[in-house]
Each structure stands twice: as C-alpha cells, then as structure tokens.
Design a protein around this ligand. Sequence first.
Ligand code: SAH
Length: 393
Amino acid sequence: MKLKVVLKQGREWVMEKSHPWVFADSIDLKLTSPDLKVGDIVTITTTQGVTLGTGFYNPKSAIALRVLGAGSFEVHEELIRKRLLSSIERRAKWWTEENQILRMVAFEGDGLPGLVVDRYGDWWTFQILCAGMERFRDTILSVLKEVGAKGVIERSDEKIREKEDLPLRKELCWGEKPEQCIAKENELLYSINLWEGHKTGFYIDQRINRQKLGDLQSKGRVLNCFCYTGGFSMSVINGGATEVVSVDSSFPALEKLEENYKLNGIDPEKHQQIQGDVFEVLKSLPTNELFDGIILDPPKFAGKKQHLKNALKAYKELNALGLKLLKPGGWLATFTCSGRVSRVDFQRSVEEAALATDSPCVIEDWLSQAPDHTVLSNFPESLYLKGLLLRKI
Ligand code: SAH
C-alpha cells in the first residue's frame, strides 16, 4: 500500500496552483499514514481520498512536502534518470567553447527537488539537500558516469541536511583531486576551489550579468563590492575599465581573485583589493574620489520571513553608501539574492536610498539569474536573484 499524506480540508488549493512546496500547516496529521519517516515517497490526497500528487515527505521540516508531480506515480530510478538527462540536455545550447561553467540541475526548477548539479569544464559537482533525493544518490552517480564526467565531487555539506537527518558529506567520487580546477566563463579563465569554495565553488548564477557589465565598456574607475573571486572585476577590466577596486571579507576569495588575474594576464596595476566589511569600507572611502561604476552583490540578507524588514533596511543602507561614492553619469549594478525579497520591495529600498542621498537615478536594465538557474512561473521563490542597473543622472 502506498504511503499517504492528506491535506487539510480547504488547503487543496496549494496543490492546484502546482507550487512544488507544501508547508507543514497544510497537512492533516490525523488522516495521514502513521509513522511516516523523513524522505518517504508519498501520494498526496484530499480528505475525500482524491489523489493530488506525489512527493517527498519530511515531517521535521517546515516544507513538509516537495512535490514531484501531479497524480499518483511510482518514483523509481528510471524517472530520476530521465529527469536528470533531460535537464542536462536542455543546457547543451549554453555550453560553448567560450563558456564551460553551467548549473546542470537546479532543484525543483528541473523537477528534481533537493538536487543541484554543476559542471566546471571536465569536473562535475553535486549537492543533495533532502532525504527523498538522497535515496537516488547511486542513480545520480550512474548518470554522471553515463554523460562522461571525468571527475566528480559531492558537496553535500550544507547545514540544511541536518534537518533531513542526513550527515554532512564531502567526497571525491572519482577523478584525480584537482589541485586547481580551471574552467572558462565568458572567455575568461577561472581557478575554482571545488572543495572549499562557496556554493559548489563559484557563483554561476551571475554569468549573464558579468557579461552585461563587461559589455557596458565602461571606462574609468569601478568599485566591486562583495567581489568573491573577482568575476565582475575581471569582466569590467575586459570591457575597458582603467582601474578596479575589489572588496570582500574573505581572504581565500581574494587569494583566488589574484590567481584569476594572473591566469588571464591582467595588469596588477589596474587593480586594488581591500579585505574588510563592505559597509565599513564604503564609509571609509574618500568622497572626493568618486567611481564611474559600482557593483553591490551582497550575500542573502533575508533567509527567513522574519528577517525581511531588517533586510530591506540593510539594502537601503548599502545602496545609499554606494550611491554617495558614484559620479553623476556613473552606473550602479545592485543585487539581492534573497528569494523572499520581491523585486518590487528591493526596487523600493534602492529608490529610498537614492532619495535619501539626493542621487536621482534612472533604471537602464532589470537583471536576474542566468537561465541555467531555472525559474518556474508557478514557483516565485525560484527567481531569487534580482538586480537593477541604474544610471545616476
Ligand atoms: N559577485 C560575486 C559573488 C558574491 S557572493 C561573483 O560574481 O562571484 C557574496 C560575497 O560577499 C562572498 O564572497 C562573501 O565572502 C562576501 N561577504 C559577505 N559578507 C560580507 C561583508 N559584510 N563584507 C564584505 N564581504 C562580504
């Protein structure tokens, strides 16, 4: 008999909207199968017994159900294999000689809840974040063999796994442990630390924006805040910037940035790097040496709903500090990567910053994540990276 999770009467609409998450407060525990375990595969029904869908269950998480699709169906290895292969094949159009860093699987966006697979040249990395998907670890590895991955590293080392009763795991699955993984994005070479780097080593989601800012062909001085390993810095130098100041609090990130500069033969004269807290650095920079372009790409400020108000305040403060250092006629590329912050709220925070600092701006472009980070129209949280390209007038 199939395991069953029943939605409370009046909550069936959560499935009708085909959103891939169902929260714990929508579940009728009295009618749900007893003794369900973390990661069980379940059929989702109404109190009347009408089948709504199939998904992974976790009684310990606020996101109790991760939906795999409508109706009742077997979730077997072949289904996961097919979804994985079609997700990888769909990206073939973005894999070119000049661009060999891509996200191959993006969680629910590709019908594979709790799974991310990234590719860096010959190297592949994957991360499993929910117990339901953990059941298919061997299938994931066999698909990676099938597609000819020369090296594979598992980076299932996110704390969130503890909520799924899963151990943290970091493992070289096969291949020589790369002393230095080097891969190309937008014609620039990057040295990527697959073992210790943020996410699976790199912020792949900013690919298109790095290209766009390079294409601005902005001359003059650029300030890159939250620079990580220098992606935006190198892109604007390639586009013609005469000097870039890069700021990040992470020493290993700045070390990688230097390595990346060398790899691409970038003149060290064009670059200055500052290790420190961006808020403090922005306050300390002289206001008589303004910048022609500024990039603000901070980490997530709002991980939870209750952090939203403070996050919006922080975006306002950060953008106000940035705008004070921007020349009239200069550009500001500003981002939020918080799924919980809507584009409208983010835009309002930036507008408030412009008002507060008497820096009238026009919006020249709306920015978002690269399309390999799949967005579903029925899943607003999947559009987590939002940005604005502003011109100070
Ligand atoms: N723009 C980057 C990605 C930025 S990710 C790229 O294109 O690759 C966010 C970065 O902010 C990380 O490198 C992190 O080390 C840094 N960071 C987080 N909080 C910070 C702070 N308060 N001050 C400076 N850097 C910070």
